[in-house]
Design a protein around this ligand. Structure first.
Ligand code: DGL
Length: 273
């Protein structure tokens, strides 16, 4: 494997930039190539078959540009298409966000009762149930789809009465009617949900641990590259390139919130899948 190649990352849109951000912190010497399929977002309300097709097209664009490892930063695509992608490119290491997210939740929960929120598609195919039970077969899981969170995050409505009311509506049944024991951990199983941490925290109070897969995915990528002796040996900073399937200015404007730094539309290449 050529260690100087970039790591490829794709998501249905800009939410996966939270995963990229964690990877940039942990792996500052790597080049990264990010693709957000904003033209077809959301994936989360589509059938697994459609998501798998979109995921294969997005991944194939990254493979075409030559990458050493593929990160599927979209929960919905990880849940629906990870095995297909691995089968399409057997030589390429492929890392999704579901297994790292499940690992973070199992480590955070003390009572084994875990609430999972994600898109309709991810909840529907029970990918997180399987991943959590693979680590802790006794885990109690309450799961709910929170589709409106995606729109709120895209709209930049990250706090205030409207996101709080939506969070209350989604989370109350998961926490107050679940158990015993009631969940002591909430897993944010969607790239957009970390942006809504403030209203979620307000509804749940300080006791519940809230985890997402960004950090544990970055850790899994580092471990994989280390194991393959494919960490970039350079001592200077790596380069990050962005591609989108629709409107670079919008990608840059909303993406900056998820990436945690200003992003210019000039940095974002418009591509066709
Ligand atoms: N990236 C998706 C996920 O993590 C959320 C947005 C969408 O539905 O496409 O599930």
């Amino acid at each position: 494997m050529d260690a100087s190649l970039p790591v490829g990352v794709f998501d249905s849109g800009v939410g996966g930039l939270t995963v990229l951000r964690a990877m940039l912190r942990r792996l500052p010497h790597e080049d990264m190539l990010y693709l957000g399929d904003t033209a077809r977002l959301p994936y989360g309300t589509k059938s697994s078959r459609t998501v798998a097709r979109y995921a294969a097209q997005a991944a194939s664009k990254l493979v075409e540009r030559r990458i050493k490892l593929l990160v599927v930063a979209c929960n919905t695509a990880s849940a629906a298409a990870l095995d297909d992608l691995q089968a399409l490119w057997p030589e390429l290491p492929v890392i999704g966000v579901v297994a790292p997210g499940a690992k973070a939740a199992c480590a955070a929960s003390r009572n084994g009762s875990i609430a999972v929120i994600a898109t309709e598609s991810t909840i529907g195919n029970q990918a997180y149930h399987a991943a959590i039970r693979g680590i802790n077969p006794q885990a109690r899981i309450s799961a709910g789809a929170c589709s409106l969170f995606v729109s709120l995050a895209e709209e930049g409505w990250l706090d205030g009465p409207i996101p709080e009311a939506v969070a209350e509506r989604y989370l109350a049944p998961l926490f107050r009617e679940a158990g015993p024991p009631a969940p002591d951990c909430l897993l944010l199983g969607c790239t957009h949900f970390p942006a809504l941490l403030a209203p979620i925290r307000k509804v749940l109070g300080g006791e519940t641990r809230i985890v997402d897969s960004a950090e544990t995915t970055a850790e899994a990528v580092e471990e994989a590259l280390f194991g393959l002796k494919a960490l970039n040996p350079r001592s200077g900073p790596g380069q990050v390139s962005f591609m989108t399937t629709d409107d670079p200015p919008r990608f840059a404007r909303i993406g900056a919130v998820f990436l945690g730094r200003p992003l210019s539309a000039r940095e974002v290449e418009l591509i066709n899948l």
